[in-house]
Ligand binder design. Structure first.
Ligand SMILES: C[S@@+](CC[C@H](N)C(=O)[O-])C[C@H]1O[C@@H](n2cnc3c(N)ncnc32)[C@H](O)[C@@H]1O
Length: 433
């Protein structure tokens, strides 16, 4: 590092924080940071590495005054900015992920965290019947489940609810959020499933390898101790952040302005974040009915077809994009969902609207860095990077850089080969005299 990062106020703290970063793994993935303090609280597979943010900042002339991330995820841009001493604004539509981000950014009294942990453990071990009932969750969550399959047996399910209720009794919102995230971080590891690609799969021999209430306790305790130690060793003093919960298409219009934006939107590959984080959303009480699930899906970027909604668009469609959409329409009958062509078009409309709004908010010397991957449906490749560069120019930006970071695998149906580009697009506002 030779630029602004070198000059950052608390450089030693940054180096300590990133001591366990894997420098060999691709920076557009979460692999380098699976053991990094804060990032290890919850394994968010779709994150990029803090190093990507540091590398970008280090190429600037000076530290930016404000960072904006419209697709916050687990908060990588914001937490890295915080270590650099830069205030940030993050938008995240998924309430669990928004809380995950906020739990990493706010400051705590370590003694209070320890006191609350003991209180939670004490209350949970009293083994009081939870007031939440099994039938307020999807049927598959608790034994006997549906079609002979379930996520948790009765004793571990009951223990999770006891933890949730003990956490809900904490009056101080930020401590309650901290322990909610800790509970969220163990939910999949102690379940009978794992997340594979876009969906859930049952573990091998899950039926004979059931977790018990004691496993729940151990996992919670370990995760809580780890997170408390991260807070104790690595916290920064800066607490200037803003988390906006909801869609960035709405919130971006109301932000004051920004100098740097680093973000990675969902890719138009039908990955449904609501489905992938469904276990956390239900078990932690963010979802109380199927309607809340539908409502969240309807607010997400139009990058998937899992909810019935309008795919209306309102932009000048570039020729290259039109050609891709015609190609998809020609093979509509072979696609696993008939709405895919319209969804892909709507995806670019959403990103165009966002970029247009951001053009009105960025400072003259500002920068936007986008990490995005190409997609493919059957024989039709969607060159997302190239199309987005064209739309960015249409929205009033110049493309400063466009470089491939790594090759992504196509879906198993397409052969699963590493052939899709994941790229970094660097934009600057086009300036007029
Ligand atoms: C690729 S992830 C971002 C990962 C992030 N860069 C990180 O390192 O953690 C995309 C995120 O966008 C969120 N998202 C989807 N639609 C959104 C919308 N309309 N507004 C805000 N966030 C949205 C998803 O919930 C997901 O967390």
């Amino acid at each position: 590092m030779t630029g602004p990062v070198e000059a950052a106020v608390d450089r030693k703290n940054i180096l300590d924080w990133l001591g366990s970063l894997d420098l060999e793994a691709p920076i557009s993935s979460n692999q380098p940071s699976v053991n990094v303090p804060f990032q290890r609280w919850f394994r968010f597979k779709e994150a990029y590495s803090p190093k990507l943010v540091l590398d970008v900042v280090d190429q600037l002339d000076e530290l930016p005054s404000h960072v904006f991330d419209p697709f916050g995820g687990c908060g990588t841009s914001a937490i890295t900015s915080q270590f650099l001493g830069i205030p940030s604004t993050v938008v995240e539509v998924n309430p669990f992920l928004a809380d995950l981000t906020e739990s990493k950014l706010c400051s705590y009294h370590v003694e209070k965290l320890k006191k609350y942990l003991s209180k939670i453990q004490y209350e949970t071990l009293a083994d009081i019947e939870p007031s939440l009932k099994v039938d307020s969750f999807p049927k598959t969550f608790c034994e006997p489940g549906r079609s002979g399959k379930w996520l948790y047996n009765k004793s571990s399910f009951k223990r999770i609810l006891q933890y949730r209720e003990a956490i809900e009794r904490i009056c101080d919102e930020k401590y309650r959020r901290f322990f909610t995230i800790i509970l969220g971080s163990i939910l999949v590891p102690i379940s009978n499933i794992f997340i594979s690609g876009k969906g859930r799969k049952y573990r091998q021999n899950w039926n004979s390898r059931q977790k018990s209430a004691i496993d729940v306790e151990q996992a919670f305790n370990e995760k809580a101790q780890q997170a408390i130690s991260d807070v104790q060793k690595h916290s920064t003093k800066l607490e200037q952040y803003e988390i906006l919960r909801g869609s960035c298409l709405d919130h971006a219009k109301n932000i004051d302005g920004f100098e740097l934006s680093i973000f990675s939107p969902p890719y138009p590959n039908s990955f449904d974040y609501t489905d992938v984080y469904n276990v956390e959303l239900w078990m932690l009480g963010y979802f109380k009915s199927n309607d809340s699930c539908k409502e969240l899906r309807a607010k997400t970027l139009r990058s998937h077809v899992q909810v019935n909604r309008s795919y209306e668009v309102n932009f000048d469609i570039p020729k290259a994009l039109d050609k891709v959409i015609t190609g998809l329409k020609n093979i509509r009958n072979e696609l696993w969902n008939k709405d895919i062509p319209e969804m892909v078009l709507a995806y670019f409309d959403d990103l165009f609207q966002l970029l247009t709004t951001m053009r009105g908010k960025i400072s003259e010397n500002g920068n936007i860095v986008i990490v995005v991957g190409d997609s493919a449906y059957k024989s039709i490749r969607i060159p997302v990077t190239t199309l987005l560069c064209e739309l960015a120019q249409q929205a009033g930006f110049v493309v400063h850089e466009n470089k491939v970071l790594r090759k992504l695998r196509t879906s198993p149906q397409q052969g699963g080969q590493a052939s899709l580009d994941e790229s970094m697009i660097w934009l600057k506002p086009e300036l007029y005299d």
